[in-house]
Design a protein around this ligand. Structure first.
Ligand code: ACO
Length: 330
């Protein structure tokens, strides 16, 4: 039994203004709007400029929460940033974000769990709040995958977009309906080679050769990943529902990682959910990795689809390979 309950107190998102459409991509690689739409569900995505690193996009998302007035920067006691496209290898993007927020010393760190990063971040923050160590934590998913994209590889360059989503988790008061009910995370490192950035780390440091061979960009075996994604996202959703005595029928909303519309549809079918209960924005933003779930969540709260008290399931899958789910009453 945990000492305290945890809830989502605020959620927001930010994306760059510049839009890259399928038609634009037709001019870059041998692809077509028709192929991209039918194979992925994507129509356009946002691209960050050179002057805007991940920390800046993250800050824009975070500022929107504070502008609403209820939560103030000084309330934040912990910052977790989920990203595979940090400003630097070190220091962490979380520390840079803390500086931008202008707040007193608090713990701030990054986590690397690919597209599942936001789910991992919420899971970590939940522990700290439940056991009473902190009352308020900021969890950000931010990604600028277009900065590590191989623009000659049509199998990957059509997929990714940039964006940030931020959530403030706080201790819930007794009797409140809002609650993060449960989280589930898992990983399978043996599949790590199916999705990675080969160079730039300690295994293959940057050299002229690694740059020439485009090894500082995303490598992905999309076909194999697809099959594992369908299974593991379905499993993550089923496990968390079953262990809480629930089924898909009980959910008001499903928000999955936005990697491919066919993966989203397969997960919804496994839960026997009608498409009306599934939040999808892949057509606007493509795959924004760790940012995709908080962006979709924030948009659905903002436009009034998700209301206080709704039962929501978050479900993700990504590099690692990692996967996980969060069950919550908003
Ligand atoms: N335009 C036109 N044709 C293309 C394109 C393109 N952009 N990309 C691939 N093709 C071609 C291939 O060359 C292949 O042609 P061939 O049959 O002549 O060899 C054909 O289309 C089929 O290729 P597949 O790779 O089998 O296509 P698939 O239907 O699997 O779709 C995709 C590819 C969209 C990448 C899909 O596999 C997918 O979504 N995979 C999962 C991605 C994912 O979930 N990643 C994890 C998260 S990302 C992260 O963590 C950073």
């Amino acid at each position: 039994m945990s000492d305290y309950k945890v809830k989502f107190a605020g959620i927001s998102m930010a994306v760059p203004e510049k839009v890259l459409t399928n038609a634009d991509l037709e001019k870059i690689v041998d692809t077509s709007d028709e192929w991209i739409r039918t194979r992925t569900g994507m129509v356009e995505r946002r691209i960050s400029d050179k002057e805007t690193p991940s920390s800046e996009l993250a800050f824009r998302a975070v500022e929107k929460i504070f502008k609403k007035g209820k939560i103030k920067p000084k309330d934040i006691e912990l910052i977790i940033v989920a990203t595979v496209t940090p400003d630097y290898v070190f220091p962490s993007t979380a520390c840079i974000l803390q500086k931008k927020m202008g707040i007193h010393p608090i713990p701030a760190f990054d986590i690397s769990a690919g597209c599942s990063g936001f789910i991992y971040g919420v899971t970590i923050a939940k522990q700290f709040i439940e056991n009473g160590i902190y009352k308020t934590a900021l969890v950000v998913g931010v990604e600028e995958l277009t900065k590590i994209t191989n623009w000659t590889d049509r199998g990957t360059c059509v997929l990714f977009g940039d964006g940030a989503g931020a959530a403030v988790l706080t201790r819930a008061n007794k009797g409140e309906i809002s609650e993060v009910i449960d989280t589930y995370i898992s990983s399978e490192g043996k599949y790590g080679d199916l999705l990675n950035m080969p160079a730039g780390g300690s295994k293959m440091p940057a050299s002229q050769e690694t740059v020439k061979k485009n090894l500082h960009t995303v490598f992905m075996n999309g076909n194999k990943i697809f099959k594992i994604a369908v299974k593991s996202m379905g499993d993550a959703a089923t496990i968390i529902l079953e262990r809480n005595g629930l089924s898909g029928n009980d959910l008001n909303w499903l928000i999955t990682h936005q990697a491919n519309l066919r993966i989203i549809d397969a997960t919804a079918r496994r839960l026997k959910l009608s498409p009306q209960k599934v939040i999808v924005n892949i057509e606007k933003y493509g795959n924004t990795s760790a940012a995709s779930i908080p962006i979709a969540f924030a948009e659905a709260v903002e436009d009034g689809r998700i209301r206080r008290g709704d039962l929501v399931l978050l479900d993700a899958f990504g590099a690692g390979l990692t996967w996980g789910s969060v069950l919550l009453r908003y």
